[in-house]
Design a protein around this ligand. Structure first.
Ligand code: UDP
Length: 284
């Protein structure tokens, strides 16, 4: 297994334990550039991209390139080697959704020129590229539309709500809720997500499948839950909502339930408790 990463937003420490295995290697490479890979290739899983709004605002060109040029390079690799191709897409293709919850048939409400456009439109282009290779070349493709996912090994400073609230609560600092905190997200624990991705890879559905936890909560509820689970006495401080921040988000996972016989098993409360334990034990 070859793991390819620029480590622009990643951390080699996250795969250090895997590097002890002879069949695993970490290759520092930017998939937005053409790549050569020896040996047989059974599957190409394209997860390369900054994924936090703070990160993709800091790296807008890289984000656009990896979603477009990177996707094309990896589709070419899959096609040349007869491999199956899986794209990590996103609930961001639905933008600030006008349909709730979001089924795969919803086309989305995305601002192409806003600060989130670099990620949303790159992933939408990635989906279009993937379907084009499927239709034009008969490539075996999978598209996972991943909703908010969290768990151990997130960067404490990646800017997203879960690592922000946990590190703030553990440090006794104020939890930074943006807007009035009434905007919602649906949080999936990483182990559930990985199970969904592996099942999707093994099925033969070429089109998009939502993967996420339908349990929706407001960001104020999330902040209060993190406070409760950490036992923190931190205050909650409100600051302005970022531009184009989606108001609500909840996956309709009917398709995943039917096709993959999959649904999340770990409730947000349990997943948060495990994530808090990890942040505590690693001192991050
Ligand atoms: N958010 C917040 N405080 C933070 C970080 C994020 O209130 O410190 C809000 C953010 O405005 C958004 C939600 O939490 O409404 C989820 O943000 P995140 O960056 O985790 O993911 P995304 O916006 O990509 O869903």
């Amino acid at each position: 297994m070859t793991c390819i990463d620029t480590l622009l937003t990643g951390d080699a420490g996250n795969v250090r334990a895997l590097e002890a295995r002879p069949q695993f290697q970490l290759l520092r490479h930017d998939v937005s550039q053409p790549l050569e890979l020896g040996g047989p290739v059974d599957a190409v899983l394209h997860f390369a991209s900054p994924a936090s709004p703070v990160d993709y605002a800091a790296h807008p060109i890289e984000t656009l390139e990896v979603g477009t040029l990177g996707t094309r390079n990896l589709l070419e690799l899959a096609q040349a080697r007869g491999a199956v191709f899986l794209l990590a897409s996103t609930s961001e293709v639905y933008g600030d959704p006008l349909v709730h919850p979001q089924p795969e048939t919803y086309w989305g409400n995305v601002n192409p020129i806003g600060p989130r456009g670099v990620y949303d439109e790159a992933k939408r282009a990635a989906e279009a590229f993937t379907m084009a290779y499927h239709r034009r070349h008969g490539l075996r493709t999978r598209i996972a539309r991943i909703f908010n996912t969290f768990g151990p090994r997130m960067r404490s400073n990646d800017g997203r709500a879960v690592p922000n609230f946990i590190t703030q609560a553990l440090a006794g600092k104020a939890l930074t809720v943006y807007g009035d905190g009434s905007q919602t997200r649906s949080l999936c624990y990483v182990d559930d997500l990985i199970e969904g991705v592996m099942r999707l890879l093994a099925c033969d559905e070429p089109g998009p499948v939502n993967l996420g936890n339908p349990q929706e909560l407001t960001m104020l509820e999330l902040a209060r839950l993190v406070k409760e689970l950490t036992g923190s006495r931190s205050e909650i401080a409100f600051s302005p909502l970022p531009v184009d921040d989606p108001r609500q988000r909840q996956p309709d996972i009917t398709r995943a339930r039917e096709l993959l016989e999959w649904e999340p098993r770990v409730a947000p409360r349990e997943g948060l408790a495990r994530t808090i334990d990890w942040f505590r034990s690693t001192g991050r």
